[in-house]
Design a protein around this ligand. Structure first.
Ligand code: FES
Length: 83
């Protein structure tokens, strides 16, 4: 599905609108995404897909910064002696 295609068909909310809402508003619960033009509050068909987008964004938020990532790698190499 392309970013400008509708994810919530009931309320004509595009995937891009939902992705931007998640990025900017950083909802703590998936239900808060309903504040994005009512996404997911109609028939319910799109809710599992909205849930997936929410979980994916949450997982991305758990990634370390590039600096932390490189430092953690150094520690990993020290601990495993490069093996
Ligand atoms: S398609 Fe989103 S609530 Fe119906």
């Amino acid at each position: 599905m392309e970013l400008d295609e509708e994810l919530c068909l009931c309320f004509h909310v595009t995937r891009r609108k939902i992705a931007n809402f998640i990025r900017i508003e950083q909802p703590k619960a998936v239900g808060q995404i309903a504040e994005c033009f009512g996404a997911g509050t109609g028939c319910g068909w799109c809710r599992p897909f909205i849930q997936r987008m929410f979980e994916s964004a949450a997982a991305e938020g758990e990634l370390p910064s590039a600096e932390q990532y490189a430092q953690q790698r150094q520690q990993y190499i020290r601990e495993t002696k490069g093996e």
